[in-house]
Design a protein around this ligand. Structure first.
Ligand code: HEM
Ligand SMILES: *[C@@H]1O[C@H](CO)[C@@H](O)[C@H](O)[C@H]1NC(C)=O
Ligand SMILES: *[C@@H]1O[C@H](CO)[C@@H](O)[C@H](O)[C@H]1NC(C)=O
Ligand SMILES: CC(=O)N[C@H]1CO[C@H](CO)[C@@H](O)[C@@H]1O
Length: 472
């Protein structure tokens, strides 16, 4: 396939995938007064605690604002001895209730793909995306909006990342699990030549990463996809001790901190670097952010009944949710049968980045990966600590990451990268970022190296678990 053909197909569909590139939309969010107040409060608290350790980081240079949530925990709820805390009727008034009759639950069959994302697995098990687990960017955008109220900006970014790094960008299809011959150029007919795309479970690229909430690291036991009951048990323990019985932001942050430490200690090929590390940290925030019954920050609750259903975590004893020794088995992911309310407001990139930042600042996990000689190869230095600057940094990291993945997998090279950059540049500007990645201006590959080093660091190329590292 000639690159020009590829780009034409790519370009046209790409423009449609980004309806969010509207400055007004993002601006409104960044100026949200509650969001600003909350992030300022969190950062101030954080700064007070860490003032001594971190002279080099500064608070608030150009803090534009940020996120809508992180308010979890200030809610009114009633106690139910089977479901745990459930939101008051006031908190769910006017919200859309699920499941829907025309989207019944059905367990996946043997050839259906399921993967590391409980959100996408749930959507497939209810037929909001194809039940075989092979979906297009458009299908994922529509389904994540319909059931979870994910903003089109956020779903486009995630799903496009999935298609580029783990799927087929021409048909815009991806497997929500591992590699699948039904995905690829000409529906896989050319996979023998080009290779079979990895699926969103492809490790160390844009998507799947180490230190996940309930999935084992890629290099430990070689299974990066399956739900691990023991890890869910640990998450449940944090819900009890930190979340006052809910899987709120405080609970997930503590779980992440522990998971990072445990993974780094156990995994000789540990890799935690931008941008995949941001996907991992974002996914933690998604637990209360999307699975809460009702709207997070407005009375919605990430209660036991909701979280276990979406995760397919089946308690081994009923009605024992307050027992820290409670164990779980796995069943397919499902929208809670007894009824569940979707959040009222879309989660945009701005909110997700605020969530990532909150998780990041709490745990301060070093970015990087293990080198061949057991050294630690550092990722990017100086990661900004305010949402706006962090968003811009993240965009750069995504760009710094794409070329290596494209060179690594399919035959699409610089032309695609340039097209991509040109098309995403407006969104990047909308967030108030300076558009300075080398590909946007057509400047040379030499500059790319320095820029890639700044945003992704040496770890991408030198860490053994990066998915890029080669032993030759
Ligand atoms: C829009 C397209 C989406 C894509 C491409 C995507 C992809 C992924 C990937 C690759 C992971 C693995 C990250 C890791 O290694 O930790 C993941 C995890 C996760 N995702 Fe998604 N996701 C999407 C949407 C959603 C939605 C809508 C939700 C919630 C409703 C969600 C909730 C989660 C959660 C909670 C995890 C963490 C799983 C764990 O316990 O380890 N995702 N997702
Ligand atoms: C914890 O939850 C109980 C209800 O189970 C509630 O009465 C109490 O106020 C909550 N405590 C905090 C600190 O939120
Ligand atoms: C969600 O909240 C509603 C209203 O309070 C309640 O009827 C329902 O059982 C809850 N569902 C779950 C899964 O907690
Ligand atoms: C890239 C990828 O998909 N990695 C592995 C994830 O885990 C499964 C086993 O469960 C492996 O087969 C994949 O190779």
């Amino acid at each position: 396939m000639r690159p020009s053909t590829v780009c034409v197909a790519f370009l046209a569909s790409f423009a449609c995938s980004f309806p969010w590139l509207k400055p007004e939309g993002i601006e409104t969010l960044l100026n949200h007064p509650e969001a600003q107040a909350e992030i300022t409060k969190r950062l101030t608290e954080h700064e007070a605690i860490h003032a001594n350790q971190r002279e080099t980081r500064q608070l608030n240079t150009g803090l534009v604002g940020g996120l809508v949530t992180l308010l979890d925990g200030t809610l009114s709820a009633v106690l139910d001895n089977v479901l745990g805390l459930i939101p008051t009727n006031e908190a769910v008034k006017g919200l859309k209730r699920f499941p829907e009759e025309k989207h019944p639950y059905q367990a996946p069959g043997p050839t259906d793909q399921r993967g590391p994302c409980p959100g996408l697995n749930t959507l497939a098990n209810h037929g909001y995306i194809p039940r075989n687990g092979i979906a297009t960017i458009g299908q994922i955008n529509a389904a994540t909006a319909a059931v979870f109220n994910m903003g089109a900006d956020l779903s486009s970014l995630l799903a496009t990342g999935g298609a580029i790094d783990g799927g087929d960008i021409i048909s815009q299809k991806m497997s929500i699990g591992g590699a699948d011959d039904r995905v690829g150029v000409l529906n896989g007919a050319l996979n023998k030549v080009l290779g079979t795309p990895s699926g969103i479970a492809g490790h160390g690229k844009f998507n799947e990463g180490d230190a996940s909430a309930t999935r084992e690291d890629f290099y430990l036991n070689g299974d990066n996809i399956s739900f691990k009951p023991e890890l869910f048990k640990q998450l449940h323990q944090q819900a009890i001790s930190k979340g006052n019985g809910t899987y709120n932001v405080d609970a997930i942050k503590e779980h992440f901190k522990n998971r990072y430490a445990a993974s780094k200690a156990a995994n000789k090929q540990f890799y935690f670097n931008l941008p995949s590390s941001a996907v991992v940290m974002g996914a933690y925030y998604f637990i209360p952010g999307f699975f809460s019954n009702g709207t997070i920050g407005a009375g919605g609750i990430a209660n036991e009944a909701s979280i276990t259903s979406f995760y397919g975590a089946k308690p081994t004893k009923e009605g024992q949710w307050s027992d820290p020794e409670l164990t779980y088995t796995h069943v397919p992911e499902r929208i809670p049968e007894q009824g569940w309310y979707r959040r009222a407001t879309p989660m945009t990139i701005a909110e997700a980045v605020g969530g990532i930042l909150d998780v990041y600042l709490y745990a301060l996990p070093p970015m990087g990966g293990s080198g061949a000689d057991q050294s630690w190869v550092v990722g990017p230095a100086n990661i900004p600590n305010n949402p706006q600057a962090f968003s811009c940094f993240l965009y750069n990291a995504i760009y710094a990451n794409f070329p290596s993945e494209l060179f690594n997998s399919v035959v699409l090279v610089e032309t695609v990268v340039n097209a991509l950059s040109g098309l995403i540049a407006p969104g990047y500007k909308a967030l108030g970022c300076t558009v300075n990645f080398p590909d946007a201006t057509g400047t040379g590959v030499s500059q790319y190296d320095a820029w890639s080093k700044m945003y992704v660091g040496d770890a991408k190329y030198k860490a053994t678990g990066s998915g890029w590292y080669k032993t030759t």
